[in-house]
Design a protein around this ligand. Structure first.
Ligand code: ADP
Length: 476
């Protein structure tokens, strides 16, 4: 079931308001009843005191005088207030007619402060104050009653008002809550609507940032930043796909044209052999390009396909030198290797390290003119090993150094040559290094050559006689 935040908030308001108002009603009811009790107790106590003062004044002149004075008092006593007075033998000196008619049995009165009692006299409720009182050597028992009905009526009126207004207030406040939550969630609706409109065709569109500096603004900014990153990756992927298709189309076109031109008329055996050799070379380049594209696609999918073993870095660098000599077979380049003369143990995937070296050496040979040099050096410290590939080639401009590890990046100088590849090599080299927890850097000056430095962690705790049993590499 889909319940919107707005509906949930309103339901919550409703429950909270209904509970708060119920507690409020209950507290006011209890307070109201307490204050009625105090008021009627005070009123009947004051009547008791008036009676006492009257009896004190006339007791000395005998009960008849007291009786007369009491009767007079009863005639102008505030409406509804009643009293009765008995002597110590429980003979009535004076009784208001309602007391007489009701014939109610009141509780026994002890000495001490007034006690209070509530009862009906002729169907009307009264609060009665009872007290024993002594004056002029005589004891009197006084009962002064005050009707509670006006107070009860006020309480009933109060309850009626509460019954009529409280539910209305709860409903009105909940409706207000509904409106308010709708208003505060309006930017969310806007975000949803805009987000729904954004697709691959308009990834550069952004969500409107609300003016208020609140969570919704942060959410919008975070979503916009995310859209920015997706947009960039998407552009890079699109660019990469376009470059890859272009780079693949070129060698295929070369092979096709070469075959067509060769087949146009009969050729000598040598001419066929030359054409086939060219076709073979171009096919090999295409295979290597496809390999690179496949590697990067796998890298993007998070599949490294690498297995780290304990290997001596001396082995791949020596292998690298052999490959470099083959690659530079038709070029007069001075290719040299320097190693520390002892094994340098690292945890690495030997195939990946071979490939990394090949990329660096292939570039060094490609971008170094005849007569130059290419030097491979393996350096080892206690914790770090470095493979350095130096050349005396065309070099790289400073502003391009940061870009050469990006996918498909090729400098203009490289583009203008027919030796350049698809600009994928160094991005694969960086990926391989990162997968080994290492770093790769480049230093260069145009015209003065380049230095590529790969740093890897040296494997610790390898026994000195380790290479004796394991000539090439060991799985541990
Ligand atoms: P490419 O296939 O074009 O060589 P890479 O990713 O291997 O692609 O290299 C990216 C760019 O870096 C090259 O196009 C080139 O401009 C520059 N580059 C790489 N290595 C060297 C080097 N040793 N000397 C000069 N430029 C280099």
């Amino acid at each position: 079931m889909n319940i919107t935040i707005r509906t949930r908030l309103t339901a919550l308001y409703f429950v909270v308001l209904a509970a708060s108002f119920s507690v409020f009603v209950w507290i006011s009811d209890v307070g109201f009843r307490r204050s009625i009790e105090v008021t009627v107790n005070d009123a009947s106590s004051m009547n008791l005191q008036s009676l006492q003062r009257l009896i004190e004044r006339s007791a000395a002149r005998g009960d008849t005088k007291v009786q007369k004075e009491l009767a007079e008092l009863a005639s102008w006593w505030p409406s509804g207030a009643l009293f009765e007075v008995a002597d110590e033998s429980q003979n009535w000196i004076f009784r208001s007619p309602q007391f007489l008619q009701a014939g109610v049995q009141l509780p026994k009165v002890g000495d001490g402060p007034a006690t209070f009692f509530t009862t009906n006299l002729n169907h009307i409720q009264y609060r009665i104050a009872l007290q024993r009182f002594q004056t002029a050597g005589k004891t009197y028992e006084l009962h002064a009653a005050v009707p509670t009905e006006p107070f009860d009526r006020a309480l009933d009126n109060f309850r009626d008002i509460e019954r009529e207004t409280v539910p209305l207030l709860v409903v009105l406040a909940s409706l207000l809550g509904y409106w308010l939550s709708g208003k505060s969630l309006a930017p969310v609706t806007l975000i949803i609507e805009t987000a729904e409109r954004i697709g691959v065709d308009n990834l550069s569109q952004r969500l409107e940032v609300p003016r208020a500096r609140d969570e919704l603004r942060r959410l919008t900014e975070a979503l916009n930043a995310m859209l920015g990153r997706i947009d960039n990756s998407f552009k890079r992927i699109t660019q990469f796909t376009a470059d890859a298709s272009h780079d693949l189309r070129t060698p295929v076109a070369v092979i096709r044209t070469l075959a067509e031109v060769t087949l146009r008329r009969p050729r000598s055996e040598q001419q066929y052999a030359d054409a086939l050799a060219k076709i073979l070379r171009t096919s090999e380049e295409t295979t290597s390009l496809l390999d690179n594209l496949l590697t990067l696609a796998r890298a993007d999918a998070g599949a490294t396909g690498m297995e780290l073993h304990l290997i001596d870095l001396g082995i791949p660098v020596r292998k690298g030198k052999e490959r470099a000599l083959q690659l530079a077979a038709n070029k007069s380049l001075d290719i040299s290797l320097r190693t520390p003369g002892r094994p340098v143990w690292v945890r690495a995937d030997s195939i990946a390290i071979d490939r990394l070296l090949l990329i660096l050496l292939d570039n060094a040979i490609k971008y170094t003119p005849e007569g130059g040099f290419c030097e491979i050096e393996l350096l080892a410290e206690a914790e770090q090993a470095q493979i350095v590939v130096r050349d005396s080639g065309i070099g790289i401009a400073e502003h391009e150094l940061a870009l050469i590890f990006e996918r498909s990046y090729r400098s203009d100088r490289a583009r203008s040559r027919d030796t350049g590849g698809a600009g994928l090599g160094l991005s694969i080299a960086r990926w391989i290094t990162v997968m080994h927890g290492g770093t790769i850097t480049a230093e260069s000056r145009p015209g003065a050559g380049s230095v590529f430095r790969v740093t890897l962690a040296v494997a610790q705790g390898v026994p000195v006689d380790f290479p004796k049993q394991i000539p090439v590499e060991l799985t541990i």
